[in-house]
Design a protein around this ligand. Sequence first.
Ligand code: FAD
Length: 460
Amino acid sequence: MVVGEIADRVDVVVIGAGPGGYEAALRLAEHGKRVVLVEKDAIGGVCLNVGCIPSKALIHQADLARLPRTEADSGVSLSVQLDGVAMLTHRRKIVDGLTAGVAGLLSKAGVEVWTGSARFARADRLVIEHGANVKHLEFDDCVLATGSRPIVLKGLEPDSHESVHIVDSTGALALHRIPEKMIVVGGGYIGVELGTAWAKLGSEVTIVEMGSRTLPGVDPAMGRVVSRRLKELGVTIETDSRVSHVEANGEIVIDQAGIQTRHRADVLVVAVGRRPNTDQLHLEAAGVSVDERGLIPVEPNRKAHKRIYAIGDITAGPSLAHKATAEARVVADAIAGQPAAFDPAVIPEVIFSDPEVASVGLTPTEAKEQDPGAISVRIPFSANGRAQTLGDPIGFVQLVADSDHTLVGAQLAGRGVSELIGELAFAIEMAATTFDLAATIHPHPTMSEALMEAANGMQN
Ligand code: FAD
């Protein structure tokens, strides 16, 4: 580092070009601010490059590969050939198209993008390093949007063994050969999405989960629908278990209540959660503190300390792209001097498992804790005409309302429910009642009719 170097000066610096950071930079530029966006890796962050987008592209490929089986009764027979290299190229093409689009928007908005890794020198000054190139940047306001990275388990570091290919979620999305056997460590949403996709592509998959069930965070009824489908796909689920280590000969040792079994796999995917990227920012130099999980506490307008703000995965709440983007809009308005607070009624959450599960707001139990008169109803998709025509009438719609019939939550499991949950998030944001939803004419035949029918079922 060069001591005493004259720094550039900018209105706002945004660190991290994920869905939080690039959105904040664009909106700040709209507010007329001179913005520098610093990114050490790739525009688009985790979501576009190694998260939401390539994983959903892989899941779609896996669904296509499964069509001959899922459509076996339809009278249409199909055959499938898989080309792992072409499939990876296709996923990369989608990512490249989207990241190029974001880069174009940033350039059009006049946002300067600097490549490098940023850390604080003091409360209003950053050091930005890119190889041997070191720059200093002073700012009026700073937005931290540095996201998160996979937790690495000791002894199971990516590429740390000769005889087993150990990968994190990024590596699991970049495979160009379909592994014969795959063990996934972690039965959270990333482990389940990846395990399901590779199982559909032909891998023999085992998911090893420390807790008593996969998808521990979701409503048990939704979890059961997904577990049943995983079993139908031939996925082995080892609960109350952990991968303790990998032997030198490549055997993977799974420990279940002290009993150890040895397994072989071509690929071991470690998907045990993510940690916030706050440890390399030298936050202490800026007077910004973190909590015990490494997250930055913020005020409703995302302010962490003086003129430093934080958004996205480095702050509390669900680690989801749309939450980061929504916070980005708030932070930009706050820095522009407008009244702004991140205070959504609900944040919808989707897991792209098979079938998809989607939730928003309170579960029936949570609602009853707050309002003993709260009501809920669950109706299956088996009676839904569209679900029948799609050949996959599994899952359900569950709606939750308070004692005044105002909608407060929903839990859905079923084909394509990721596209239905937005309507329920909107309904809850607008304080709609079950009467409003029941009286709204939904098109036929669609899965969305089940929302109206569930609301109808809550009228008595
Ligand atoms: P990130 O997207 O993590 O971006 C942060 C950026 O900051 C990175 O590009 C990083 O390189 C950069 N950076 C970090 N430190 C520095 C530094 N010191 N200097 C400069 N740059 C720095 N979410 C969903 O909503 N839907 C999904 O379907 C979904 N699927 C996912 C699937 C997978 C496999 C994974 C891993 C994640 C998925 N997520 C999904 C989560 C989603 O990707 C994150 O919640 C989202 O990317 C967080 O956005 P962010 O802006 O906070 O940070």
